[in-house]
Write a protein that binds this ligand. Structure first.
Ligand SMILES: [Zn+2]
Length: 341
């Protein structure tokens, strides 16, 4: 315990020095530096991904704060896990943008989004409410004025407020950022889980991220769900670490049960997964693998629908047609979400 504290202090001094060198504003901070920076020493079995999950920060933030280029770090590394240093293009919530159409007023916009006129004015000081131009953009932080991202309503009829654009990070390759908005919680969790797999298996390919939601949520064709920032489509890990350019049908032979199981188990263990749609025959590969590493059929009952039949409504992982080439993950409603169901 004593030794550990000493290491932390040393790391703290070093980082403090680096911060002071790289940024003159760090010097201005008086006694608050202790609150601004926090450290964590990697223990056995921990990776950058598990640490990101534990501290609820972004993988992009951990990489920047620790000046890392990859998720491969030596054991027992002491990491900065909290810092006031801003990270460019990080998983920070964005305001909702309302584009002015004919007849729009601040009053009408405020009513529509459930905020006060005063708030609309405060967020848009450069706009004159009496002379709103068609096409002008109104910024709104809603429904929470604190700017946190919020999944609102149902996944097949809801909205996304202050969503986060998921960017490509180690382990997760985003195909189309315009269709990759989720709540901050969901985006960080996905990125952390993907980075965790790459930290454990350095040759693991990136997964291709299909749709999450569009910026403000709502309808995203051809999906019925994907409307409130809590759904994502991902490719499967292919055996032999084959990097897939896009969604591709899998079979029991090509499906990498080891990495896929690890990814799903990590996400499920976070307690934030409502369900996953995975083709029934691929579930068999997951089941057989889990049994081979020591899980009992009873352990697997709450997790996998297999072997009870593709129509049985049981288990977090369930069959649904069309999921031979990707997994669809629905995340639970989070503490920040509103009217979520
Ligand atoms: Zn989907």
């Amino acid at each position: 315990m004593v030794r550990r504290r000493k290491n932390l202090l040393l790391a703290g001094c070093m980082t403090g020095l680096l911060m002071a060198l790289s940024s003159s504003t760090a010097l201005a901070a008086d006694n608050s530096s202790e609150e601004e920076v926090r450290y964590h020493q990697l223990a056995d079995g921990e990776t950058l991904g598990t640490v990101a999950m534990q501290y609820q920060v972004g993988i992009d933030e951990l990489l920047t704060w620790n000046d890392l280029e990859s998720v491969h770090v030596p054991p027992e590394t002491t990491l900065v896990v909290k810092s006031s240093e801003e990270v460019k293009g990080s998983s920070e919530p964005l305001p909702v943008i309302h584009v002015i159409r004919r007849g729009d007023t601040f009053e009408g916009i405020a009513r529509r989004y459930g905020v006060s006129i005063r708030q609309v004015q405060r967020w848009n000081r450069r706009l004159n409410p009496r002379r709103l131009q068609l096409g002008a953009q109104v910024r709104l932080h809603i429904p929470g004025a604190d700017g946190k991202s919020v999944s609102y309503g149902a996944a097949n009829g809801g909205r996304l407020y202050n969503g986060v654009a998921m960017q490509t990070t180690p382990g997760m390759r985003v195909r189309n950022v315009a269709r990759s908005y989720g709540t901050q919680r969901v985006v960080r969790l996905l990125q952390a889980a993907g980075a965790d797999v790459q930290a454990r298996w350095p040759d693991a390919p990136d997964l291709v991220v299909g749709s999450l939601s569009v910026r403000n949520g709502g309808r995203l064709r051809p999906h019925r769900s994907h409307q409130s920032g809590r759904d994502v489509d991902l490719t499967y890990y292919h055996r032999g670490n084959v990097e897939l350019p896009d969604f591709r049908d899998m079979s029991v032979e090509t499906f990498d049960a080891v990495k896929n199981w690890h990814l799903y188990k990590t996400l499920i263990d976070s307690g934030q997964v409502e369900f996953m749609f995975i083709d029934y025959q691929l579930q068999r590969a997951l089941y057989d693998y889990a049994i081979s590493i020591g899980y009992t059929p009873e352990d697997l009952e709450p997790i996998l629908q297999y072997p009870r039949g593709a129509n049985v409504r049981a288990g977090i992982i369930r069959h649904s047609r069309g999921h031979l080439n990707h997994v669809h993950i629905r995340f639970t409603c989070g503490p920040e979400d509103r009217g979520c169901h």
